[in-house]
Design a protein. Structure first.
Length: 203
């Protein structure tokens, strides 16, 4: 095969590449699709990848009266919710650490202290106990409650789901965290005394 034939082959290949590039640029210009500002739906419990934005703090909400809500909470429903936790945590007594630390006896335990687990500096910055209040606020949005935590779970928005989960986790301990006494019901302020009616005037 002489050089003329090789030149024809090279020219054909080059022409094909140019044609493909022209078609590509042309279709991108015609069918330019903008990326939506936000996803069409959000799956609770799953976070988006690699966002450098600082998580916004969750809206402050009322803390439950644990003495009232825990005795009536649905621990069986909490056990089902805990299946989400078990993707990263083991809940059994003496069980291993996984992506996250073992959660047996987590309620009442000092934060960031489970043996053998490498916590983030953000988590070990405080060793406050995982009280009912603290755990309730943390599990709503871990990244907002402990900025810098390695825990990627998006959180549980439903307060009742968190109450049920706490009711279940409380049973997963050698010495369950005591339930505090119920707070007394707020009493309505007494009405001010009414002045006695004036006697009728004599005609």
């Amino acid at each position: 095969m002489d050089s003329f034939e090789w030149n024809k082959i090279a020219g054909a290949v080059l022409g094909t590449l140019i044609f493909v590039l022209v078609i590509k640029f042309g279709t991108e210009a015609i069918f330019d699709v903008e990326k939506p500002a936000k996803p069409g739906y959000v799956v609770e419990g799953v976070t988006e990848e690699a966002s450098n934005a600082t998580p916004t703090a969750p809206v402050e909400e009322a803390i439950p009266d644990w003495g009232t809500v825990l005795p009536t909470a649905d621990a069986a429903a909490g056990q089902k919710i805990s299946a989400r936790c078990e993707q990263c945590h083991d809940l059994s007594k003496g069980g291993p650490n996984k992506i996250g630390p073992n959660l047996w006896g987590v309620l009442g335990r000092a934060r960031g202290t489970h043996p053998g687990f490498s916590y983030s500096g953000a988590m070990t910055a405080s060793h406050d106990n995982w009280s009912f209040d603290n755990f309730f606020k943390f599990i709503k949005s871990p990244a907002a409650y402990v900025p810098g935590t390695k825990m990627s779970f998006a959180g549980l928005r439903s307060a009742q789901d968190r109450i049920n989960l706490i009711a279940w986790l409380r049973t997963q301990a050698d010495s369950p965290l005591p339930i505090p006494a119920a707070k007394p019901a707020a009493t309505a302020p007494a009405a001010p005394p009414t002045a006695p009616a004036a006697p009728p005037k004599k005609s």
